[in-house]
Design a protein. Sequence first.
Length: 283
Amino acid sequence: MFRILEGKPPEITLPSGSIDCHIHIFDSARFKHQNGGPALPADALISHYKKVQNWLGMEKVVIAQGNAYQFNNECILNALSHFGNKARAIVAVPASISDDEINRMTALGVCGARIMNILQGAAGLDKMLDINARINQFGWSMIVQFDGCDILEHIPLLEKIKGNYVIDHTGKFLEPVSVDSPEFAALLRLIDRGNCYVKLAGCYETSKNGFPNYLDVAALSKALIIHAPDRIIWGSNWPHNMAVSKENYPDDVHLLNLVNQWAGSTENRQKIFVDNPSQLYNF
């Protein structure tokens, strides 16, 4: 077991009601890999995350469907039953999903669908608007992940989304861009349309500057917070699926400390960790 589940506390205590907006649960003994998805990572169990949650000082959580499970959401629904009303879930669904199934999952705490255009996601951008048309009438939002370097190409699709959606992982620019780039300017324009949030998460996945300060992603994160503090949320990205050993496993408190620094003020921390996700996910 190489996952780090506890350690020194955060430098800044989080505000009451703080929400971790992006984790995954994997349980290979109970829920098997699905065809079309990547291999299951090492187990990341409910009991493991509860330790991390306590360590970070988070009170609520949003669980995102892992790509390895594709459209089989039973692992995430099981997790909801353990966390109760302090959890929400973002599932992977096809556009053919029935009203009855949407209603069943909504009653359990599901409030959104995942669009994942990379890393063998179950539903990509080509299915996004069809899925959006099915779920929007039920009040579900979406989280959308793609290579941010292609955002100019995707703008026409993204502008057609009805209801709220979240662009994942600080835009997920797989090659670095600056705050002055056309791609980052396009992200800001999407936010300004009024239905787009951006989730700060997984800076270590795309940063070329790397540990300890991830300066390239830090610059984008700070600019996003300055531009639209009411539209920014945060996720730990636990269990850090791209980390495969103890040697390169992220320190969750270090990552949280960085985001607290980027936020810059108590008011912004309240918005990012509590107010914004509470509104988006109906906590």
